[in-house]
Write a protein that binds this ligand. Structure first.
Ligand code: PDD
Length: 287
């Protein structure tokens, strides 16, 4: 099955799918994106993902490229044309195509929309969760508006690359006072010695993850206490468990931070139970 992408009104084979050289996403990273998981033929948490897209767009004063219901139709179409039953759907909206100029283009400029979908293996993800991942820490160097899901991800790209070069899978951004912010593309959690879940409040300094919000409801269902409170790298290193959340990873145990094992160096039972119960709580809309 050839890979198909949606680009500004057309479904195109991947090799022909391209945006204009003067797309503001390409020139200025003037755009936003969302990634939704597709699991067993359902789009996971589509409503909150599109709500967050709406917020990101309005914070940047970019219009919707089409109505919300049409966008959902295109998402489904891209998922189906790519035969994705398990995987991800990616959507990106930019301020559109206009002669290069930092100020906003003319009001009639149409936002650009790109939607792609790809398959992933749930078995491989489960296997990874059974082993857990390693993370490194890096100094926070991003702008303040990380609450906007902007495609301007250069610090995140550099951090993830640094993690890879260190043999790790994620990098955590850390403030000068040692407080953990979030991962390059994930939110961060720990389980304290007395069994409470801790994750940084989403009011500032991090992206308000959709998976994070769902995991809070999963925790409640499992009778676990969640505290929205920041924690330091040292606290994370001496925690009972650590894990990350994102649409791309769900709940993924962290077994090593900067080369030091978390607890016994194996995935924790809380993270694994949250992962198992995730789909009982998440929104599932047929793709
Ligand atoms: N990243 N923090 C950052 C910086 C992120 O980029 C992401 C998601 C998250 C988790 O958000 P959510 O639970 O809504 O996926 C937190 C996506 C998956 C990505 O860039 O691929």
């Amino acid at each position: 099955m050839p890979k198909i992408a949606y680009v500004n009104g057309r479904y195109l084979p991947h090799r022909d799918a391209a945006v204009h050289v003067e797309d503001r996403g390409y020139q200025f990273a003037d755009g936003v994106y969302e990634v939704c998981e597709v699991a067993r033929g359902y789009i996971i948490d589509m409503t909150p993902h599109l709500d967050r897209l709406d917020r990101s767009l309005s914070e940047l004063k970019i219009g919707w490229p089409m109505s919300r219901s049409s966008l959902q139709t295109v998402m489904r179409e891209v998922i189906s044309r790519n035969g994705v039953v398990n995987g991800l759907v990616y959507l990106q909206v930019t301020r559109g195509v206009a002669p290069r100029d930092h100020v906003f283009p003319a009001a009639h400029t149409r936002p650009s929309l790109v939607i792609t979908a790809k398959k992933s293996s749930p078995q491989a993800a489960t296997k990874r969760a059974e082993t857990g991942i390693k993370v490194i820490t890096v100094p926070e160097n991003r702008w303040e508006r990380v609450d906007i899901k902007s495609v301007g991800l250069l610090p995140n790209v550099l951090a993830r690359q640094k993690a890879k070069e260190a043999g790790a899978q994620e990098a955590w951004f850390v403030d000068p006072d040692g407080t953990v912010k979030e991962g390059a593309a994930t939110n961060v959690w720990i389980v304290t010695k007395d069994g409470r879940l801790k994750t940084r409040p989403a009011e500032s300094g991090i992206l308000k993850g959709i998976t994070r919000a769902t995991v809070m409801r999963v925790a409640e269902k499992l009778g676990l206490e969640v505290e929205e409170r920041g924690f330091t790298v040292d606290e994370a290193k001496s925690a009972r468990e650590a894990f990350i959340t994102a649409a791309t990873t769900l709940v993924m145990p962290v077994v090593e931070i900067d080369g030091q094992p978390v607890a016994n160096g194996h995935p924790g039972s809380v993270a694994l139970s949250l992962r198992r119960a995730f789909f009982d709580v998440a929104e599932k809309i047929a793709a």
